[in-house]
Design a binder for this molecule. Sequence first.
Ligand SMILES: Cc1cc2nc3c(=O)[nH]c(=O)nc-3n(C[C@H](O)[C@H](O)[C@H](O)COP(=O)(O)OP(=O)(O)OC[C@H]3O[C@@H](n4cnc5c(N)ncnc54)[C@H](O)[C@@H]3O)c2cc1C
Length: 334
Amino acid sequence: MSGSAVVVGGGVAGSSAGRALRSRGLSVTVLDKGRGPGGRVSTRRSESGAFDHGAQYFTARSLPFVDAVGGWAQAGVAQRWVGQFGEVDSEGLRMLPHRNLWVGIPGMSRIVAHQLEGLDVRFGAEACGLARARRGWTVQTVSGEEFGPFDHAVVAVPAPQAAELLGTVAPAFAARASCAKFAPCWSVMAAFDGSLGLAFEGLRVRSGSGISWIARDSAKPGRAAEPPERWVLHACPDWSEATIELPPDEVCGLMMRELVGLVERFGGVAATPVHLRAHRWRYARTVAPVGSPCLHEPAMSLSVCGDWCLGSRVEEAWTSGMAAAESVLASAAG
Ligand SMILES: Cc1cc2nc3c(=O)[nH]c(=O)nc-3n(C[C@H](O)[C@H](O)[C@H](O)COP(=O)(O)OP(=O)(O)OC[C@H]3O[C@@H](n4cnc5c(N)ncnc54)[C@H](O)[C@@H]3O)c2cc1C
């Protein structure tokens, strides 16, 4: 099949759509406003090592995604994360049975980088306008560049950004995107001068005031295991919402205070942070998805996808991206 497609947004959804379109012969250009691959499946490098500060791991339930993850494992870009995981609530700590958790190797963002291989990817390209003329789709960026024309367009950005981009060109899709709701999340990346001595790799905190999850990032497979020990802390949605405009340093202080309490409670060892940063995810997890695999308008050959179409996980982002690609291919064939 010949033709060209532009994919706006190169996270899991956009990269899976782009890869599927490329594999069927279309020439694909991916525009992403970020500095590198990943979107919310993100890996932040620092002088103390790398941190997965967005998605922590992913699970694979549907057969097509199980197959895709098998391919990533064969390519050496994903591996199972085997470790001790617990959950604490008002009744105490419970260790959880082993689940099939997967992570990107050497960082979460690698799975997206892998999917983008062979595509024409432009980072630092923030789309601010999308237009359809007789000659096809064109995309304008905030830096004044114009890309196109393209035969097909896939919009694969979080719903609030999709609603903005689609407002004029596809108002019905913009309205549906506006119905998807997201919760924010503060993520703190901390490296310590010694081990915290905790007996688990990940802990879901159901009784905390701010923290909802802590993970020993340096214990994931394929990471530098030598010191410093690196931890990622996530805050729960309500607390993140209430503190979203606080300066990051203040959030670090509040969440570290709560971590110290958890370390004491679970028999760990006090250690001093040698690296401490907070990242504010304004649109972290979908709380109200739109409930269709993707939005597609065959007459314009426009598809809209993202985790928010189906849910809040990596698997749902991938499934939505694949559905968008299938819809575009069906339009192209028809
Ligand atoms: C803190 C946190 C923890 C999470 N934990 C888990 C977990 O443990 N397990 C799990 O399965 N999922 C988890 N998730 C959810 C998972 O990360 C997402 O479901 C998935 O990454 C969404 O992929 P996406 O491609 O739909 O969107 P995104 O990853 O958001 O990708 C959208 C892309 O569009 C780009 N973009 C946005 N606007 C524009 C524009 N105007 N022009 C150009 N580019 C643009 C962005 O830079 C981004 O790269 C977590 C997410 C967060 C934030």
